[in-house]
Write a protein that binds this ligand. Sequence first.
Ligand SMILES: Nc1ncnc2c1ncn2[C@@H]1O[C@H](COP(=O)(O)OP(=O)(O)O)[C@@H](O)[C@H]1O
Ligand SMILES: [Mg+2]
Length: 244
Amino acid sequence: MKIITINQKYLSFCQNIKNIFEETQNSIHKARNEIKIVEQEPRNFVIKSFKIPHIINKIAYTFFRSSKAEKSYINSLKIMNFVPKPIAYIETKKNALLHESYFISEHFAYDFTIREPLTHKEFKHKNEIYQAFAQFTNELHNQGIKHLDYSPGNILIKKEDQIYIFKIIDINRMQFKTLNKQERLENFSKLWATDEDLSIIIKEYAKINHIDEKEALLIALKASQKHKDKKNFKKRLKGKKVVD
Ligand SMILES: Nc1ncnc2c1ncn2[C@@H]1O[C@H](COP(=O)(O)OP(=O)(O)O)[C@@H](O)[C@H]1O
Ligand SMILES: [Mg+2]
């Protein structure tokens, strides 16, 4: 078992991770990976248990690439201000190949994700939220952070004393680089926002970046539509319902 933690006081917790995860009932999300909240004093932890990879990826993760758990942890350490605090990552092996892997972070008690204002027409304070979101994203971009899965469920928001605090999660796929204008604006394309909502966000982003508004809208809306078309094409192939 490989355990890497920011503080050795979490070592016994990490050593017990398999039992703790199995016994915890509080599953908040189960798709490819499963996520559970564990109660801890003074702050709760979130454990993300990654899907056990198939054989090819087991080999790849064991010999050639970092696991998603490791990447989540390493990336979090690089961008501490933007993510829930990382606690540890743990990997186990079976037949000398990567088997289970976990990433533990502090639970961020968010009020909503960006999905709610994007999908509820009547969501309160939409404009302020979008402006704050544009500013937050600009801060990420200025720091050379490109989240490769910048989608609604990965953007958590908490309102505190009239200000919005943002944290990004699901950070195993990111790039650290200087982003050009095109890349900055295309980074909004996975939000699945309506043109109307995306325009509010992009106008604010263009304003703070001194980019021409019309050009910014053109690039961002085009990228967003391209993403929707691509996803919808895949959905149609699978016979699923299509929106937008
Ligand atoms: N540190 C955290 N604090 C609070 N909620 C979290 C945290 N990490 C994950 N979550 C919750 O779990 C959901 C899925 O997490 P995520 O890492 O995006 O998993 P997936 O890879 O399945 O998308 C999030 O949308 C959020 O509701
Ligand atoms: Mg996610």
